[in-house]
Design a protein around this ligand. Sequence first.
Ligand SMILES: Cc1ncc(COP(=O)(O)O)c(C=O)c1O
Length: 406
Amino acid sequence: MFTHNKNATRSDYPAELQHIMNLERANESREWLSSWRMLSVEPTPLVSMKHLAQKLGVGAVFLKDESKRSPLGSFKALGASIALVRLILRKFPDAGFTAQSLFKGEHAQTLKDFTVVSATAGNHGSSLAAAARDIGCRCVIVLSSQVSADRENAIASNGAEIVRVAGDYDDSVEHAESLSKTEGWLVVSDTSYEGYEEIPRDVMQGYATIPSEVIDQLDAKNADTPPFTHVFLQGGVGGMAAGITAYLWERYGKKRPTLIVVEPNQADCLYQSALAGHAASATGDIDSLMAGLACGEASPLAWRFLQPACDYFITVSDTKAVEAMKILAEGQYGDVPIVSGGSGAAGLAALVELTENAAQGKEAGINETSKILLINTEGATAPTDYLKQVGKTAEEVLAAAAKVQA
Ligand SMILES: Cc1ncc(COP(=O)(O)O)c(C=O)c1O
């Protein structure tokens, strides 16, 4: 499914949105995150996929490889961690803590009973667990029965206590909220709901590190037009898309790139929101191998940024996502092989779809002059699933990549 968003504007970044997310706090988050040992010291690679671009008939494809962001395997390491730091700084205003001293675990003794809880489809939980472990506080993660054992292991291995509930992602969100009330724990969620916006805002703001690095990497720090024409943004609850949209909108105003949100067919809450003109629910059964995108409800706070700025919404099938994973893993057209999980490859799946469907591609303005930015939001964060889907392990793909690069 594909739709133009009739509410998308080309205006300057509105003051009321800038009050919520802005370049200043995005840059501060990037700086603070640089002191967390779990994040790569260097910006994640920006790979120019020349052969893929040629094959698809576009001017350029740049792939920002977030699988290399951290041992946690996804961009989500940028969100939960900074939101947890900002939460602790707000809760202990007079303790003399800094982001740096928190990330170094210098206040673990004071914080050992401070407990955070969150629902997750996988990657947010691993990131929150790892940040809590390093800071020295306690972390409880609620998983629905749809989350695979692989993903549970990844979260537990980062020190979180796991609670399982029946149902889907949205049931786990409700359960985390109820635990916070009965136990007095604090929810650190990547999705917003009524009366709960501060933490998801901080999570989203952390994701702006991605476009900020890309602009540096394309040597476009001083240009007033973006160095890419289209950006494909995978959507779960919409947080990553909103964090990146806010950054690019404030940075480029009316000259912002065309923004395209991508979801699984069966977890299309943002697509449905675009049709409805307000944050809405998905129509499918939510269960997708694009596990990070398997969300049934749009984040209302994220939607405030997406509705006025994202030009197109597209959904893709699990089959197409696996094809895109394989294109990347095999370096199918001659580019360097890349490890990309189901959610990570969804942006490429959507680009392929738009280049195969001439009418839709034309409507989105995709042609031989387009410079496309894709974000590989995760690596093989569920290794057993990855092997089943791609037919190779992540290590095999990395070994092939090293050979090409040698
Ligand atoms: C790998 C990956 N990509 C994309 C997303 C989508 O992010 P959001 O839920 O903020 O829209 C997620 C969410 O968990 C994810 O894990």
